[in-house]
Design a protein around this ligand. Structure first.
Ligand SMILES: [Zn+2]
Length: 463
């Protein structure tokens, strides 16, 4: 049993006023809200670090499962109640502790926001304390964990957000109601949203459980991030490997041919899908060449400042878009074969690329893209109950996938085959098998998974 997660983003419309965007005052309120919540979190972080013994306190309880008395740490909810009773003035507890009066410092803050801040602070403080204890135990001099910062995207619990996606006579919802801090008081405000029926479908999908959204305020945009989770039942690899009818989906990731997906069952390849990059590599190279040129012309970079922000953002977005697309195609193949196993090569350590600056940057981006595809595909497949394995990548592109002998790569230039290290085609000198090199590599990933041919487990040397 495991849990798959995904995030659905709802953009708030902060565009031009005459085009339906939120007015500048409302935008300032969003920033003020994030600010004041950061302060509240800092307050409780200090509070918990000042009372660290409470976080590690053990209480005894009677375990129904084990039928005996046991001890456990305080739960976050108990800690929350304890913290509130000592920092917030109420009728039952009119006098909070000296110097820790939250109600005075943050008058009128809705309790839902306060609780979100406390829960967040508990998590941060606990992880810091356990890291610190581990570091002290290890006896190392370097690497002392630092005190955590209080910054985070605030979570909007119920009572601070109202989002009604069901249409009431109208086409679809156009506003979300948020409780925000205007600088002096807490008020409900309507924010226009960029909403589509795809988002609605995604959010109201009954298979996924919706959690409280997070408010993410960035320089040019603000959005609500809904985390969704799903319980997934998946078989262990060791168990599914026993099944003779097991379907394996192997993926070979490359630069120009982004992915070659092969499906194998009972030793034969049943399906192959080639995913090309549609000119992404070249387009990215052109942009990076432009960046390199600008950097060269503008001389020494200013420390702490990023240059060519728009171009970099564009490159990053192209990469992310491509990664999601490829990962979706991989997941769709997995969906066709229920109970299959997704197999990747372990990503190799990349040697520093040679060539001009733009070439090196492009190689770096291409390698990051491979990592992203791997990660995205893994997550999307897991939501379908498909587990991913990584196999030994040694020699997948050098050995013959039919007989296992060592072969060579070549390219056809003007009709004559020329042996090249990075040739597009593969040839086996033993069985005279010829194939597209990436397809050969992809088939070898299956061999690597089953430990066949070159990837046979080595016999232990005796004596
Ligand atoms: Zn061969």
């Amino acid at each position: 049993m495991g849990q798959a997660t995904r995030t659905s983003k709802l953009l708030l419309d902060l565009g031009k006023r005459e085009e339906g965007g939120a007015n500048p005052g409302k935008r300032a309120s969003l920033e003020a809200t994030a600010d004041v919540l950061n302060q509240a979190r800092a307050f409780y972080l200090d509070f918990f670090l000042a009372h660290a013994q409470k976080l590690t306190e053990r209480v005894s309880y009677y375990s129904e499962k084990h039928l005996e008395m046991r001890t456990r740490a305080l739960s976050p909810n108990e800690l929350l109640t304890w913290a509130e009773s000592h920092t917030v003035a109420t009728r039952d507890h009119p006098h909070p502790w000296e110097g820790w009066n939250f109600s005075e410092g943050f008058p009128g803050m809705p309790f839902a926001y306060r609780r979100a801040a406390i829960k967040d602070a508990i998590g941060k403080a606990r992880s810091y304390l356990s890291n610190l204890a581990r570091w002290k135990k290890s006896g190392k001099k370097a690497g002392e964990p630092g005190v955590p910062g209080a910054g985070n995207h605030p979570t909007l619990y119920e009572g601070t957000v109202e989002l009604d996606l069901e249409s009431r006579g109208k086409e679809h919802a156009r506003f979300v109601r948020l409780k925000v801090y205007t600088g002096t008081s807490w008020q409900w405000c309507n924010y226009p949203i960029k909403h589509s029926r795809y988002f609605q479908q995604r959010l109201t999908d009954p298979a996924w459980e919706k959690q409280s959204p997070k408010l993410v305020v960035r320089k040019n945009e603000a959005s609500l991030h809904f985390c969704q989770t799903q319980e997934v039942k998946a078989q262990k690899i060791v168990e599914s490997k026993q099944d003779p009818d097991l379907v394996t989906v192997a993926v070979d990731l490359n630069v120009k041919m982004l992915a070659v997906i092969t499906v194998r069952q009972r030793g034969t390849i049943r399906e192959t899908i080639f995913v090309r990059d549609q000119g992404l590599d070249q387009a990215r190279y052109r942009h990076l060449k432009c960046i390199a040129k600008k950097q060269r012309q503008s001389g020494k970079p200013v420390k702490g400042e990023q240059s060519n922000q728009q171009l970099w953002r564009h490159v990053r977005r192209m990469n992310e878009h491509a990664a999601h697309g490829v990962a979706r195609r991989i997941a769709n193949v997995c969906a066709k074969y229920p109970g299959c196993v997704l197999v990747f090569e372990r990503l190799r350590k990349i040697r520093r690329a040679a060539g001009s600056k733009s070439r090196r940057m492009n190689r770096k981006q291409a390698n990051q893209l491979r990592g992203k595809i791997n990660q995205d595909a893994r997550e999307k497949a897991y939501a379908l109950g498909v587990v991913t394995v990584e196999t030994n990548p040694h020699g997948t592109s050098q050995y013959c996938s039919r007989c296992g002998a060592r072969g060579e790569r070549f390219s056809n230039l003007n009709g004559t085959p020329i042996t090249l290290k990075w040739g597009k085609l593969f040839r086996c000198p033993v069985c005279h098998y010829e194939a597209q090199a990436d397809f050969n590599a992809s088939s070898n990933v299956h061999h690597s998974f089953y430990g066949e041919y070159h990837w046979q487990p080595r016999l232990k040397r005796s004596g």
